[in-house]
Write a protein that binds this ligand. Sequence first.
Ligand SMILES: *Cc1c(COP(=O)(O)O)cnc(C)c1O
Length: 372
Amino acid sequence: MTIPFVDLKCRSPKIRHEIAAAVEQAIEDGQYILGDQVAAFEYSFAGYCGGKHGIGVGNGTEALHLALRALGIGPGDEVITAANTFVATALAIAYTGAKAVFVDADPTDYLIDVDLIEQAITPRTKAIVPVHLYGQPADMAAITEIAARYGLPVVQDACQAHGALIGDKPLASFGTAACYSFYPSKNLGAYGDGGMIVTNCEKLAERVRMLRNYGQRTKNNYEMQGYNSRLDTLQAAILAVKLRYLDEGNEQRRAAAARYRAVLADHDDLILPSERPGVSHVYHLYVVQHPQRDELASYLQENGVQCGIHYPTPIHQVASFESCRTVPEGAPVASRLTSRILSLPMFPGITEEQIDRVAEVTRAFQKSLAVA
Ligand SMILES: *Cc1c(COP(=O)(O)O)cnc(C)c1O
């Protein structure tokens, strides 16, 4: 039995039929860039995320970049983010000309350590970009409290957290904006690239809408130097269908996480993910820690269990970001985690048998260690 890390293929004939009909409609309508289907999906996804405005863009990296640009962030500025995020968060900051400042991770939930954020703030700081890593919301109450004291906007990297809640509130209810990616493997994935900025700030929405479309307010009325970064109409049509099944998919992810927790609980060296109280974690990834991570990863692989590492290098050790500051120096927690973390197979539709098999192989690995 081979267990894939993710399985993106839509196996439901009903959903496939609905997607095909939506694509057919888009072809028939003839508006291939922007238009009604993009606007309709922007409206429904923004509402789902707790925001008044949704602006579809080319991908998640661009969602972050354009949100920061629209806030006026540029050369000479600093933007605070997490040391253990995906490289795209840091790239989006770099595109504006600002410098990323990397704050270390909390050792328990792997999210930005909120107790360190204030130490990272300088007169140059212009925004905080928390990352809801692996699908778990960061402590937005603490982050927005600090941000308010220093007058800083909070742009959330929600690229792994479609549908996550804090209490009973969706993410765009907090901070200045929430940025999403629709990369195929995300909890809400397109059949190609896509992204969206969701915000309750009308001014920000207006600026992002111009920035994504050459800087035009209306046709041929160029108010700023913008970009060409729009959500494709075909992708919007597909995403509008898939959005209706997002909660169901997230429930399946949460059930899979509960099963992992039950069957892996007695594995001594394994540290399982912890859920912050009061949040709904949507398990984009199921990340465990093991002191012999590389050996465990090879053993799983040899026995047909595909896994991943998210991410093998903390961003401040990536060559092109080495000149960025970390708080504290060297971000020791994030650095240590990179050699211990392992992402196990996780996707909606993963079966109990598949999860039990992962546990069985992991147990066999533990036994082989005991013998050696
Ligand atoms: C996927 C992802 C992004 C970037 O999204 P793209 O659509 O691939 O550009 C940014 N941040 C995080 C945390 C992500 O997981």
